[in-house]
Design a protein around this ligand. Structure first.
Ligand code: HEC
Ligand code: HEC
Ligand code: HEC
Ligand code: HEC
Ligand code: HEC
Ligand code: HEC
Length: 424
C-alpha cells in the first residue's frame, strides 16, 4: 500500500520536472521572440506567408546549413556572422551571402556590437521553434508569444495524465480506508466480524458509490479548473499581425511624425471602443503629402482610391471604395471592456496594453488579452484615487487614506476582480 503511494508520488515528481524542463527551453525562445520583435521584427517575419522588407526567416537555419561549408566555416557559423554584420560573409565571398545581398534594394541593419551571443542564440532558438515561445504560466505583459496549437495539445495531455493519476489515487485511498476500517474493528477484538466484512465486500471498487461520487467530484473539479486555466492563460492570438490593405505605418506616423494616438483614435478617451480612423482623417494630410519615403506613391494612392479623390484634378470625382482594415484585437462577446474607463478614469497609457505601437511598422497584438492578464493588472495596479472625480463615491477609502490606515487602492479594491464587472 505505502509503496504504491510512493510510486504515485514519484510519477508526479517526474511529471512536474518534465514540465519545468520544457518551460526552461521555452524561456530561450521566449526571450528570443522579444529580441526578435525589437531588433528584427520591423523587417522580418518568421512566417513564410508574410512578406516584409527582408525574407521570412522560417527554415533559415536549414537554408544556410544547406549552403555548406566555406573557407572552413559551417553554413550555420556564416549565418551567425551574417546576422552580426552581413558585410563579413559578403566580403569573404560566401556565395549564399553574396546572392542574398541582392534580395532587396535596402540593406539589413549591421548589428555588430549591438547583439550579444546569448541574444543571437535565443533568436535562433525562436526562429527554429516559434511554438516554444508560447505563453506559459501566469506571467503577464512580458510574454510576447503567440498561441499555438502545440501548447494547447500538450496542455490537454497533461490534463489527461492528471486525471488518470487522480483515478489511481482514489482507488488506492478507497483501499486504504477499507483496511483502516478493518483495522479499527480488529482493535476492538471482534475478529469474526472483520473476516465477514472482508469476505462480504466483493463489489468491484469501480461500482462502489464512494468511488463513483469521488470520480464525479474530480471530473467536475478538473473541468472547472481547465476552463478557468484556459481563460487565465491562453492569450487570444497574442502576436497576431495580419497584413493590412494599406501599408499604413504607426512607426512613421505615431513614431517619426509624432502624431498623437487620439488624433486618429479619438473615441478611446470617452467611448467603449477606440475607433479606427476613416480615410477622410488620412486626407487631412494626404491631400498634400502625396508621396511616402518607402512606397512612393503606390500606397498613398490607395487612400485616394478609398475616398474617390483624383490627385491630378484635386477633386472628389471617383467612386469611393472603403478600406477593409483587418481587426487585430478582439475579445470574445461575453467580455465587457471599456476604453474610456481605462484611458480616462484609470489613466492607463495606450502602450501599457498595446505595447510600443509607435515603433511598429505593422501593428501586432502585444498583450495576451487573457483573463489572467486583466485580473493580474487589476490586482496590482493602483487607481489614481486622490483628485479623481470618478472615485468621489468611495467615501470609506478616502477616509482611510486621510487617517493613514490605507496607502493604496487597487482596481481589485474597487471591485475590478468581480466576475460580473467583466462578464455580461
Ligand atoms: C532594416 C531592415 C532589417 C532588419 C532590422 C533586419 N534585417 Fe535581416 N535582412 C534584411 C534584408 C533586406 C535582408 C535581405 C538581404 C539584402 O537584401 O541585403 C535580410 C536578410 C536576412 C537573413 C538572410 C535570410 C535568408 O533567407 O537566408 C537573415 C538570416 C536575417 N536577415 C536575419 C536578421 C535578424 C536575426 C535580424 C535581427 C537581429 C535582422 N535580420 C534584422 C533586412 C533587415
Ligand atoms: C494617423 C492615424 C493614426 C494614428 C496617429 C495612430 N493610429 Fe492606430 N491605427 C490607425 C489605423 C488606420 C489602424 C488600422 C490599421 C492597422 O492596424 O495598422 C490602426 C490600428 C491600431 C490598433 C489595432 C486595432 C485593431 O485592429 O485591433 C491599435 C491598438 C492602435 N492603432 C493603437 C494606436 C496607438 C497606441 C497610437 C499612438 C501611439 C496610434 N494607434 C496612433 C491609425 C492611427
Ligand atoms: C487597459 C488596457 C488598454 C488600454 C489602456 C488601451 N487599450 Fe485599446 N484595446 C484593449 C483591448 C482589451 C482591446 C480589444 C477590445 C475588444 O475586443 O472589445 C483594445 C482594442 C483597441 C482597438 C481596436 C478597436 C476596439 O476598440 O476594439 C484600438 C484602435 C485601440 N484599442 C486603441 C487604443 C488606444 C489609441 C489607446 C490609448 C488612447 C488604447 N487602445 C488603450 C486594451 C487597452
Ligand atoms: C497628421 C498628418 C497625417 C495623417 C493624418 C496621416 N498621414 Fe500618412 N503620412 C504623413 C506623413 C508626414 C508621411 C510621410 C511623408 C514622408 O516622410 O515623406 C505619411 C506617409 C504615409 C504613407 C507612405 C508610407 C511610405 O513609406 O511610403 C502611407 C501609406 C500613409 N501615410 C498612410 C496613411 C493613412 C492610411 C492614413 C489614415 C489612416 C494617414 N496616412 C494619415 C502624415 C499623415
Ligand atoms: C494595465 C492595467 C489594466 C489591464 C491590463 C486591464 N485593466 Fe481593467 N482597469 C484598470 C484600471 C486602472 C481600472 C480602474 C479604472 C476605473 O474603474 O475607473 C480598471 C477598471 C476596469 C473595470 C471597472 C471595474 C470597476 O469596479 O468599476 C472593468 C470592467 C475592467 N477594468 C475590465 C477589464 C478587462 C475586461 C480587461 C482585460 C481585457 C482589463 N480590464 C484589463 C487597469 C487595467
Ligand atoms: C478583469 C476582467 C475579468 C474578470 C473580473 C473575470 N473575467 Fe472571466 N474572462 C475575462 C476575459 C478577458 C476572458 C476571455 C479570455 C479568453 O477568451 O482568452 C474571460 C473568459 C472567461 C471564461 C471563458 C473561458 C474560455 O476559455 O473562453 C470563463 C468561464 C470565465 N471568464 C469565468 C470567470 C469567472 C467565474 C469570474 C469570476 C471569478 C471571472 N471570469 C472574472 C475577464 C474577466
Amino acid at each position: 500500500m505505502a509503496h504504491k503511494l510512493k510510486k504515485v508520488a514519484i510519477l508526479l515528481v517526474v511529471i512536474l520536472l518534465s514540465n519545468v524542463s520544457t518551460s526552461l527551453y521555452a524561456q530561450d525562445a521566449k526571450a528570443g521572440k522579444a529580441t526578435f520583435r525589437s531588433k528584427c521584427g520591423s523587417c522580418h517575419a518568421v512566417d513564410l506567408k508574410q512578406k516584409m522588407t527582408g525574407p521570412a526567416l522560417e527554415g533559415v537555419i536549414d537554408r544556410w546549413k544547406a549552403a555548406g561549408d566555406f573557407k572552413g566555416k559551417s553554413g550555420e557559423q556564416w549565418l551567425r556572422s551574417w546576422i552580426t554584420n552581413w558585410n563579413d560573409p559578403v566580403s569573404a565571398g560566401m556565395p549564399y551571402a553574396v546572392k542574398m545581398q541582392t534580395y532587396d534594394a535596402s540593406a539589413m541593419t549591421v548589428f555588430a556590437g549591438q547583439i550579444s551571443d546569448e541574444e543571437l542564440n535565443n533568436i535562433l532558438a525562436y526562429i527554429a521553434n516559434p511554438a516554444a515561445a508560447a505563453p506559459a504560466g501566469t506571467s503577464v505583459s512580458t510574454t510576447m508569444a503567440a498561441v499555438d496549437t502545440e501548447s494547447k495539445s500538450s496542455y490537454s495531455t497533461s490534463i489527461i495524465v492528471a486525471l488518470l493519476l487522480l483515478l489511481v489515487l482514489v482507488y488506492l485511498l478507497g483501499r486504504a480506508s477499507k483496511s483502516l476500517s478493518g483495522m479499527s474493528i480488529n482493535k476492538s477484538g471482534d475478529k469474526q466480524y472483520t473476516l465477514e466484512l472482508a469476505e462480504e465486500d466483493k463489489t468491484p471498487f469501480y461500482l462502489k458509490s464512494s468511488f463513483k461520487s469521488g470520480l464525479m467530484l474530480i471530473t467536475t473539479l478538473l473541468f472547472v479548473f481547465a476552463l478557468g486555466k484556459s481563460a487565465m492563460n491562453l492569450g487570444r492570438q497574442q502576436g497576431y499581425q495580419p497584413t493590412q490593405p494599406i501599408r499604413y505605418s504607426h512607426e512613421l506616423h505615431a513614431g517619426k511624425n509624432k502624431i498623437e494616438c487620439q488624433y486618429c483614435h479619438f473615441t478611446a478617451a470617452d467611448g467603449k471602443h477606440a475607433n479606427i480612423p476613416s480615410v477622410s482623417t488620412c486626407m487631412n494630410c494626404h491631400k498634400a503629402v502625396q508621396q511616402g519615403p518607402k512606397y512612393g506613391k503606390s500606397e498613398i494612392a490607395k487612400i485616394y482610391e478609398a475616398v474617390g479623390w483624383d490627385p491630378n484634378t484635386s477633386t472628389y470625382s471617383k467612386q469611393p471604395k472603403p478600406v477593409e482594415w483587418v481587426r487585430i484585437h478582439n475579445l470574445p462577446d461575453h467580455v465587457y471592456f471599456n476604453h474610456a474607463q481605462h484611458v480616462t478614469a484609470g489613466k492607463v497609457e495606450c502602450q501599457t496594453c498595446h505595447g510600443p505601437i509607435e515603433k511598429m511598422e505593422e501593428v501586432y497584438q502585444y498583450s495576451p488579452l487573457s483573463m489572467g492578464w486583466c485580473i493580474n493588472c487589476h490586482r496590482n495596479h493602483d487607481v489614481q484615487f486622490v483628485d479623481n472625480a470618478y472615485y468621489k463615491t468611495f467615501a470609506k477609502f478616502h477616509e482611510e487614506i486621510k487617517n493613514g490606515t490605507r496607502k493604496r487602492v487597487t482596481v481589485s479594491d474597487i471591485g475590478g476582480t468581480e466576475c460580473q464587472k467583466c462578464h455580461y
